[in-house]
Ligand binder design. Structure first.
Ligand code: HEC
Ligand code: HEC
Length: 397
């Protein structure tokens, strides 16, 4: 739906822009910002009188115990509050956040798609394509090193959320212009007051509110979580069949957590993530070196963030460049396609964990085992989250 609407919206905008400020449009972001300063969309958000509960969701016990507890990256000075996340929700869905009022964060992070984008590369505010695949946002609060983006270039979520706003392809805004623009919208003063105790709008508050909303996106209502409720203390997740799972899903679960596949060595814990970037052997020579581009260290080439696999069935296409359209293709990669890159992670190798003679593992999975792994990954889908009003667009009717 969004993909069909977007070109139309852009055409409409181009048409209006052509009439009065043709030379300015799309030339320099700075100039564009000035011309757009006065132009806003003035639809008001529909919000509940009492805020939704973002601060204290009723999490299952295993969220409040190690190792999950130790993964939390929420800083002491920015805990999630109900009003803070409410403001974050409005900002997240507000198209006024982009230079030409065409895109919000949600344009590339769609609730029905696990807060990712069905396009391999998202379209920015002027229709240009982004350099990487948009990322699902569930469990952002639980990435242990607290770094964000595929190449982990953002040190904190508070830093990260301001980057797409200023990115010249994504939203094309200047932060000072953004603050001025939000000041012209009559629904913001009250929202900032409720969230932070005064009506002042500034960059730090925008960053904090957006981060609170993103951190509140915690998935804990999947079929997998229902199964976890049956697990007795001391029982092993991999080997204990879940009574609500089909035979195929249970087989997939055994395989996922077994040394035969090693999936859980990187997609570990019940949040299915790792404490840092890894090389999973997508290419022998990477076009995009991920973490290596950020650190300049050749030993980081081809390392990418291990984003949580929660809701993964909804976040297609897969990997930093969206190269795989389906989960079956992902499984086939690990089964037979892992490349002998010098930085390939030890758990995807045969033989010595380091050294020049890299031998990728071949999993030799049967057709049924491959289907079982896909079936297991599908149990991580959270329908409650996909429809929950507290994460939905407040500007829609
Ligand atoms: C034009 C599309 C687009 C828009 C608009 C957009 N994003 Fe993104 N987002 C992406 C892409 C693409 C990536 C991955 C980029 C990379 O890794 O270099 C990403 C990554 C992220 C991540 C990192 C997730 C992780 O686990 O590391 C977060 C958080 C995020 N975006 C939040 C936001 C917020 C908040 C906004 C609005 C202020 C926003 N995005 C606007 C496309 C977009
Ligand atoms: C050595 C660590 C490692 C192992 C082992 C591993 N993965 Fe991954 N996985 C990654 C990394 C890193 C990425 C992201 C790579 C990229 O985008 O370039 C990823 C991406 C994925 C994705 C796509 C996620 C997305 O949002 O696009 C899926 C699905 C996945 N892995 C499933 C599996 C399964 C199933 C197994 C076991 C057969 C497995 N992984 C084994 C590190 C690993």
């Amino acid at each position: 739906m969004r993909q069909k609407l977007l070109p139309l919206l852009l055409m409409l905008f181009t048409f209006t822009a052509c009439q009065d400020e043709f030379e300015e449009f799309g030339v320099l972001t700075d100039e564009l910002d000035e011309t757009e300063e006065q132009t806003t969309i003035s639809v008001r958000p529909h919000l509940p009188d009492e805020p939704y509960n973002y601060a204290n969701p009723l999490l299952p016990n295993y969220f409040n115990a190690p190792p999950i507890q130790g993964q939390i990256n929420t800083p002491d000075n920015n805990p999630v509050t109900d009003w803070g996340a409410t403001l974050g929700r409005v900002l997240f869905y507000d198209k006024n956040m982009s230079a030409n009022n065409t895109l919000s964060c949600a344009s590339c992070h769609q609730q029905v798609a696990g807060f990712s984008d069905p396009l391999a590369f998202s379209l920015g505010f002027e229709g240009e394509i982004t350099g990487r695949n948009s990322m699902g946002l569930a469990q952002a609060a639980y990435y242990p090193n607290g770094r964000f983006f595929w190449d982990e270039r953002a040190e904190t979520l508070e830093d990260q959320v301001l980057m797409p706003i200023q990115d010249h392809i994504e939203m094309g805004m200047d932060l000072n212009i953004l603050v001025a623009k939000l000041n012209t919208l009559d629904y913001y003063p009250e929202l900032f007051n409720q969230a932070f105790g005064s009506e002042a709008i500034n960059t730090q508050r925008i960053s904090r509110a957006l981060s609170q909303f993103v951190r509140s996106m915690i998935s804990f209502n999947s079929k997998f979580d229902e199964g976890m409720a049956n697990l007795q203390p001391g029982q092993n997740i991999g080997n204990t069949p879940f009574s609500n799972f089909t035979g195929l899903e249970n087989l997939g679960k055994v395989l996922f957590f077994s040394p035969q596949t090693n999936c859980a060595t990187c997609h570990g814990t019940t949040n299915f993530t790792a404490p840092g970037a890894r090389n999973n052997g997508l290419d022998l020579v990477y076009e995009d070196n991920g973490l290596g581009l950020v650190t300049g260290n050749p030993q980081d080439n081809g390392l990418f963030k291990v984003n949580s696999l929660r809701n993964v069935a909804a976040t297609a296409p897969y990997m930093h460049d969206g190269r795989f359209a389906t989960l079956a293709e992902v499984i086939e990669h690990y089964n037979s396609g892992v490349q002998p890159h010098p930085n390939l992670s030890p758990t995807l190798r045969v033989g010595p964990p380091q050294g020049p003679n890299v031998m990728p593992r071949q999993l030799n999975l049967t057709q049924m085992q491959k289907e079982a792994l896909v079936a297991f990954l599908e149990t991580l889908s959270d329908e409650v989250m996909a429809e929950d009003e507290k994460f939905s667009d407040p500007f829609s009717e």
